[in-house]
Design a protein around this ligand. Structure first.
Ligand code: PHE
Length: 344
């Protein structure tokens, strides 16, 4: 028995395994039910009583050594397997995160403002919640003008003498500019405006405007026409033509509506311009003397022009979007189309 124990010690020391399977085979060979160490443990019963103590100890050590050796081999095989396992491929491209982009309305508003900045205009902003005076009264709206009705304007409070309301145009910012800024004045007023309209493909209760005001000595309708023409060509392309149709606004006299030549059919007539070859882009006119007077400017010394356009409308014409509501629904498929549209 002594020789068997020594031999097994030696064999354990020399034992090798290249795979988990071989480790398992080795375990069965030494420690399985019919394994060599197990067999010796069984033989122990036949050992003479005076030798039992000595062999008992030896056998226990052998069993421990066998267990330890098997564990050792198992660990070694795992280590090599790990080392050989395919590593993460660091050259693989990473997961891409979709980048956000600016909203088309912001892009166009910025383009409009940038064009007028080039012409020497400053930018002015004002409050969205306004009083009747800055939205209507100072702009020569008669007291019973329909825009002052609940159906057209959102009122925040009606209780006072001077009710608060959501501005229906950014002309209110022009009034505020005339009140505080020295002459001459050249500003554009971008901002959000509110009208009590049913939402449809062509109208929304919230939209954006850029309005402009130029006041100096000897400003004429020809200056207005030139400014609008230059703007239209920067915005819609160098071949763009404009035409002006007589119109009416309480705060300008004379007033006009401006059309640009259709940049899709170039005047031939298509369904975007409804066969006319022209697209309406803004209202404009010479500032009414009453408006100048209300803000303390002498209409005998100064004159000026004003214009105002809807940003969504310009964006619709620029990109041939046929439903205004797209700009408010924030559908990622729609917004994603403008990801690269940042240049004028
Ligand atoms: N304020 C007008 C509107 O909101 C636009 C406009 C501005 C017209 C300036 C003429 C002059 O419709």
């Amino acid at each position: 028995m002594k020789e068997s124990i020594d031999r097994i010690f030696q064999e354990l020391a020399d034992l090798k395994a290249a795979s988990q399977k071989e480790v398992e085979e080795a375990r069965i060979r030494f420690l399985g039910k019919k394994g060599e160490v197990t067999a010796l443990m069984e033989q122990f019963r036949t050992v003479a009583p005076e030798l039992k103590r000595e062999y008992g100890q030896k056998l226990n050590e052998l069993k421990k050594a066998a267990n330890a050796r098997i564990e050792e081999l198992k660990f070694a095989v795992e280590e090599t397997a790990d080392a050989l396992a395919p590593k993460e491929d660091l050259s693989m491209p990473g997961d891409s995160f979709p980048l956000g982009s600016r909203h088309p309305v912001s892009i166009v508003r910025q383009q409009i403002v940038d064009i007028f900045r080039k012409f020497g205009y400053d930018v002015a902003e004002g409050p969205e919640i306004e009083d009747d005076y800055h939205v209507f009264e100072a702009l020569n709206f008669p007291p019973n003008h329909p825009a002052r009705e609940m159906q057209d304007t959102f009122f925040v409070s009606t209780g006072h003498l001077n009710p608060l309301l959501l501005r229906t145009h950014t002309s209110s910012v022009q009034v505020r500019t005339m009140e505080k800024q020295p002459l001459p004045i050249r500003v554009v007023c971008p901002g959000r405006v509110f009208r009590n309209e049913a939402i449809s493909a062509r109208a929304h209760c919230i939209f954006h405007q850029v309005e402009g005001l130029y006041i100096d000595k000897d400003v004429t309708f020809a200056d207005l026409k030139q400014a609008i023409l230059l703007f239209a060509r920067e915005m819609f392309g160098p071949d763009t033509e404009i035409r002006m149709r007589p119109s009416y606004f309480p705060f300008t006299e004379p007033s006009a509506e401006v059309d640009v030549s259709c940049n899709i059919c170039h005047g031939k007539g298509c369904n975007i311009c409804k066969g006319t070859g022209w697209l309406e882009i803004m209202g404009c006119g010479m500032v009414d003397p009453n408006v100048l007077k209300a803000s303390g400017i002498d209409p005998n010394e100064y004159s000026g022009f004003a214009f105002g356009m809807g940003v969504e409308r310009i964006a619709m014409l620029k990109w041939q979007v046929n439903d205004l509501r797209h700009y408010f629904e924030n559908d990622m498929r729609f917004l994603g189309e403008f990801a690269t549209a940042t240049e004028v």
